[in-house]
Design a protein around this ligand. Structure first.
Ligand code: ADP
Ligand code: ADP
Length: 224
């Protein structure tokens, strides 16, 4: 479904990704693990199309993502460390916004769906709260619901909990584990080993800009 081949990326003359290839099948849950600075985020940004690699190619369903119309942006959901919710919109409005603006969904229908998503992230009773009235963990769950509202086929998570304290980390990770059980293809950068074990069916280790190991998540359990 998503194929990255021989990706190279440098910043100011320092090579951050060195000949990285990665092939992700539909429905797979891939976790990327590795030391800080090993290039995990850069790889994620390169394969998601947020950033252009210096060399190599990335294709989605066989079409290079740099080609016009290859990647339907609405098929892709992204969750980052920071939640980036719209401060002047309530939780509910944040979730409804893209379906109404981008998919031209009818407002009533979008609201119904947003309420269902709020239930999934266990925040139904916070529908009318503004982001600053919510905890970091709650904001991140709203950000996840907002991404899901577009029915993404592919979701990218970049250290979704690194801005959260341990309790909130657990509440967000539990939601993610629940969510990804379905058919969605998921790529997650994390440093939480236990989470990697629970959520992934494949674990990719990066070090100094290369993939040093790529193995089924069960093996992680066995070797730990
Ligand atoms: P990781 O996600 O594994 O912590 P990153 O991909 O964020 O690693 O970063 C890898 C290296 O690339 C780091 O040394 C980082 O400082 C550098 N880097 C990442 N993004 C940029 C950027 N936009 N400009 C310059 N250097 C960057
Ligand atoms: P992560 O913790 O996910 O690896 P970083 O904190 O490394 O992310 O990077 C956050 C942002 O800062 C990214 O947009 C990245 O491109 C940028 N960045 C990271 N390292 C550098 C750097 N050395 N110089 C400039 N920008 C950087």
């Amino acid at each position: 479904m998503l194929r990255a081949e021989h990706i190279e990326k440098s910043y100011n003359g320092t090579q951050v990704l060195k000949d990285v290839s990665l092939n992700i099948k539909q429905g797979e849950k891939v976790v990327i693990i590795g030391p800080s600075g090993s290039g995990k985020s850069t790889l994620l940004r390169s394969i998601s199309g947020l950033e252009k690699a210096d060399a190599g190619s990335v294709s989605y369903k066989g079409v290079p993502i740099r080609e016009k119309g290859a990647y339907d942006r609405t098929e892709i959901g992204m969750i980052f460390q920071s939640f980036d919710l719209f401060e002047h919109l309530t939780a509910l409005e944040n979730i409804m916004l893209a379906p109404v603006l981008v998919h031209k969904e009818n407002k009533e229908r979008a609201k119904e769906k947003a309420m269902e998503l709020l239930e999934i992230v266990h925040l139904s009773e916070r529908a009318d709260y503004y982001p600053q009235e919510l905890s970091g963990g709650q904001q991140q769950r709203i950000a996840i619901a907002r991404a899901l509202a577009m029915n993404p086929k592919l979701m990218f998570f970049d250290e979704p909990t690194s801005a959260l304290d341990p309790e909130m980390t657990v509440e967000v990770l539990d939601i993610v584990v629940e969510l990804v059980k379905g058919g969605m293809t998921v790529v997650i950068v994390t440093h939480e080993m236990e989470f990697a074990r629970r959520v992934g069916d494949r674990v990719v280790f990066m070090d100094q800009g290369t993939i040093i190991s790529d193995m089924p998540a069960e093996r992680l359990t066995m070797s730990a």
